[in-house]
Design a protein around this ligand. Structure first.
Ligand SMILES: Cc1ncc(C[n+]2csc(CCOP(=O)(O)OP(=O)(O)O)c2C)c(N)n1
Length: 216
């Protein structure tokens, strides 16, 4: 808790940042083996864009296509299954609002290796920018704290985000970082091939060979 004393920002005071820039900074902090789960929405697309490199894409990333609110539950499963691996869930505000129970489930299980990053643009941007409840005052970090996730904070700016994500990499969690995000379009589009995404992720996590198409 004391580590968060330097991070008193609230949703109103937090700087509005850029999702690709935040995703890029996050991926830049990773050593190698951390798992990152991107939720549906533009968070997914910018994680995909930020994870490209001359050496290929990170095989430890999973991209949720199709269902809202599943980045946190999937990341929780990975964190429980592989407790020595740091796991990040990147999720949009609209998606996490659809699955708020996952926050209290994470708090109850309290995985030390899990960090949730919420990209809050106050909208369901990918489906046309309809406003979410956060645009009307709902505060995801406040909801997380009230759900039992004591180590939850708004990132005041990019430097604060890097510091908070660094804490999540080195100190016991679970953590939740709220980021205010602008409405810029994402830098790329995630390849829509769920079987390939699943197989690559399982290999990236050393979980052996996944089944073929249609076996999921
Ligand atoms: C159960 C369900 N309802 C609606 C949709 C359609 N849908 C897909 S993504 C999305 C919006 C996601 O919003 P958010 O998580 O805030 O991400 P953003 O698009 O702002 O990056 C919606 C409404 C869906 N896939 N599943």
């Amino acid at each position: 808790m004391t580590a968060l004393a330097n991070h008193p920002a609230n949703r109103d005071s937090a700087k509005t940042m850029n999702r690709y820039d935040i995703a890029k900074r996050m991926v830049g902090l990773l050593h190698r083996d951390e798992a990152v789960i991107g939720g549906i929405g533009y968070t997914n697309f910018d994680l995909w864009a930020a994870s490209d490199s001359p050496h290929g894409r990170r095989p430890q990333n999973f991209y949720m296509l199709g269902s809202m609110g599943l980045a946190v539950p999937i990341a929780l499963g990975v964190a429980i299954a592989q407790p020595h691996r740091k796991v990040f869930a990147l999720e949009g505000d609209g998606s996490v609002l659809m699955q708020l129970g996952s926050l209290s489930t994470v708090a109850a299980r309290a995985p030390k290796n899990l960090c949730i990053v919420i990209m809050d643009n106050g909208a369901y941007q990918i489906t046309g920018g309809q406003l979410t409840a956060t645009a009307h005052g709902a505060d995801i970090v406040g909801i997380a704290q009230a759900s039992g996730l004591a180590q939850s904070a708004w990132a005041a700016d990019e430097d604060a985000f890097v510091e908070l994500a660094g804490l999540a990499l080195t100190e016991d969690g679970p953590w939740l970082i709220g980021c205010r995000i602008d409405n810029e379009k994402p830098k790329d589009t995630t390849e829509r091939d769920p079987a390939r995404i699943r197989d690559g992720f399982m290999r990236g996590l050393g979980s052996g060979q996944a089944g073929g198409r249609g076996s999921a």
